[in-house]
Design a binder for this molecule. Sequence first.
Ligand SMILES: C[S@@+](CC[C@H](N)C(=O)[O-])C[C@H]1O[C@@H](n2cnc3c(N)ncnc32)[C@H](O)[C@@H]1O
Length: 374
Amino acid sequence: MSMKMDKAQTSPPVEYVFVAGRVPKLSLLELKAVFDFENLRVLNLTSSLIVVKANALVGSEQFKRLGSLRKAGQIIATFDRADELDLGILEKALGDLRVLGISSLTKGFSALRLGKAVKKAGLVRRFVVASHGDLLTDAQSKGLKKGLEVLIFEDEGKFKLATIEHSQDIDAFRHRDRDLPVADPIRGMLPTKLARAMVNLAQPRPNLKILDPFCGVGRVLIEAIDLGYEVVGSDIDPVAVEATKKNLSWFKADSYQIVETEIANLDRLDLSQVGAIVTESFIGQPQQARVSKHDQGLIFAQVAPLYLDLFKQAEQISTLQSLVVVFPEINNSSLLDILIDKLPKNRYDLVDSVSVSRPRQFIGRCIGIFAKID
Ligand SMILES: C[S@@+](CC[C@H](N)C(=O)[O-])C[C@H]1O[C@@H](n2cnc3c(N)ncnc32)[C@H](O)[C@@H]1O
């Protein structure tokens, strides 16, 4: 469901800058999946930015679909030297707003100096700056509700000024994350933002359903429902099945099928309209310390059959277009790399993969993205 821009908003191409999340490659893949932007370029500053050419404005509903992007703004000015920024541009962008938040990601441009100049010129009552070379914090951005937030960064030897139009709705993510009636901290849950990004990477046609056959407490399914998909879920564990049902009903979902069954036997599910599998299988018992080579082999051997069964099942689903699957990653080595030649792949090809492991995470995650072979 690559989004075509709203016709009513069509305007000449505009340059946008997106602030990537912790894993820039994930953000890039998600943007490519959701929008049909041209010229996507990743800039590695203190925070990673992705600059794109868009044929129309990015609406807030469109931005809200994203899981792994933090902010987005239109680039409204380009200038060669720090002292060349025309305050008239900021005055126009501010309109009636009297508070300005400024992030500068470049050493060559002082947010503080700009703030002082803008205040001295009487354009604002108050300004807020990020610590040097960094972005405003989420709390600072939230405090700017009645103000304008701008971002200054360096690109192709020039300074660029963007007005931030969209910021990640931290409260909405927190609500779906922390207020979930049944959580499972022991087996581990997929972070909400990552679950959302994974659903976006799958991009099935809008009328097709999303299947998570290792549904746990239903994280992936909740994000899929929030994005407008019907869902099918299953899990071997009756406790997980009950948990998912409770969580989905709390989320006021009305169209779903959740069944207790194991991955090798999905016959009891109605798979007739499933367009994508988005899932995190069991990736091994949580580890408290660095995993030895020997134990790594044992963990991979323990979970590998689940993946073989998963892909075997996928071959049977005629409407399936894509699979987005978490594989365990230990000591920089992912089970995906080991299994890739053994997975039944008559119908699906690996199109990309991205590691989202955190430093010091003993079992991390590598996401494999598979698409139907045309
Ligand atoms: C890591 S959890 C999934 C977490 C889920 N993504 C979430 O955030 O809630 C893996 C799930 O796989 C299930 N599972 C393990 N072995 C299975 C099997 N053979 N067939 C089906 N489900 C299985 C477990 O019961 C567990 O709920």
